[in-house]
Write a protein that binds this ligand. Structure first.
Ligand code: GDP
Ligand code: MG
Length: 369
């Protein structure tokens, strides 16, 4: 809090208001019961009674001005998809195959930049966003940082190998995150492929295919030979429709850092997934421990863009320092605010670091004893 009423402070400490007023007077501060005093004065008074006032985080105070969008503000947004599965089951090959179905890449001149995420536009105009770093490591480390960016997981299972250790792990992670799974049974071109066996293995783990009365969508594909890719994307879009994914477009942007790097010429560069609102050139933002102003933005084709809507990934220039994957990204109305929040967060991070070091050295001390 910035200010507090004298009576409120007394109540919090469980002392009589009259006592508090008396103490204040003794200290040369005449106050009345319903007078508001600022946090520093309150801290001094509280100290007299043996209490310590914990200042509410400045960051929170400012960020709390966030008003969740009303239902009328919400409009459909594209799904954000992560590909997971056992090593060598074909994640990278599938992501490549999907990228090649993109009609917009032809318009943009072909080459997709590596920015950690990309958008695929289908012939009918529907779009899907893929997080380009496959594997549950990225998924879990993001989640560990409180960042849920994925709406749907495509689980790749090779039809010859069947369910393996990392397949099971991926299922567990997706379930823990409550993210629906669409299964891609891959490598069906192989003579030893046995999709039916894969289905029964998955059914044992609770992923029951629709044809068996369950609700898990599954497609047989060959990522290498580009068989069944469109069918798979149809299932993903069907799953997305069931989720009724929506976001507000007409408000300051919020999102997540997907990837970041220090570019020799351009300085700190990060891929931001916009999750709400519209990100515009010139916007001021805080992201994790740093802040900045959007100097320029590039889409996954390397094309400069001025505005970015929800579920769209974009490369952003203009960070003061390098943010980290998983960091939040929040547009604010003043640089002063952004800087204040970043500094506050840095201080908190330093304190946490010091506390950790102190704990470690204490533990070391005890080891020696
Ligand atoms: P990741 O480790 O899951 O990313 O797997 P990769 O995409 O790197 O694929 C592992 C190997 O499987 C590579 O040699 C691919 O060429 C091969 N592969 C991927 N998809 C298919 C497929 O549909 N059919 C066949 N026969 N091989 C595939
Ligand atoms: Mg790979």
């Amino acid at each position: 809090f910035e200010t507090i009423q004298v009576s409120e402070l007394a109540k919090m400490m469980g002392v009589k208001v009259s006592e508090l007023i008396k103490k204040a007077l003794q200290m040369g501060m005449p106050v009345t019961a319903n007078q508001s005093i600022d946090a520093d004065i309150a801290a001094i008074l509280a100290d007299e009674f043996g209490y310590q006032i914990e200042r509410a985080p400045i960051e929170e105070e400012i960020l709390l001005q966030y008003i969740p969008p009303s239902p009328e503000e919400l409009k459909p947004r594209p799904p954000v998809i992560t590909v997971m599965g056992h090593v060598d089951h074909g994640k990278t090959t599938l992501l490549d195959a999907i990228r090649k179905t993109d009609v917009a890449s032809k318009e943009a001149g072909g080459i997709t930049q590596h920015i950690g995420a990309y958008t695929v536009k289908l012939e009918d105009g529907r779009t899907l966003t893929f997080i380009d770093t496959p594997g549950h490591e990225a998924f879990t480390s993001m989640r560990a940082r409180g960042a849920q960016v994925t709406d749907i997981v495509i689980l790749v299972v090779a039809a010859d190998d069947g369910v393996m250790e990392q397949t099971k792990e991926a299922i567990e992670h997706a379930k823990a995150a409550k993210v629906p799974i669409v299964v891609a049974i891959n490598k069906i071109d192989k003579p030893e492929a046995n999709p039916e066996r894969v289905k029964s293995q998955l059914a044992e783990l609770g992923l029951i295919p629709e044809e068996w009365g369950g609700d898990t969508l599954m497609a047989n594909i060959s990522a290498r030979n580009k068989i069944g890719i469109n069918e798979l994307l149809e299932l993903v879009l069907l799953q997305a429709e069931m989720l009724e994914l929506k976001a507000a477009y007409d408000r300051p942007a919020r999102g997540r850092i997907i990837e970041s790097k220090l570019d020799k010429g351009r300085g700190p560069v990060a891929t931001v997934l916009v999750q709400e609102g519209t990100l515009k050139e010139g916007d001021i933002f805080v992201a994790g421990l740093t802040y900045g102003r959007v100097r320029a933005m590039f889409d996954s084709y390397g094309k400069r863009v001025k505005e970015v809507t929800p579920s769209m990934p974009v490369e952003v220039l203009g960070f003061e320092e390098l943010p980290q994957a998983g960091d939040d990204f929040i547009v604010l109305d003043s640089e002063e605010k952004a800087k204040k929040i970043a500094e506050y967060r840095q201080r908190k991070a330093r304190e946490a670091e010091t506390a950790k070091e102190a704990k470690i050295s204490l533990e070391k001390l005890f080891e020696k004893l």
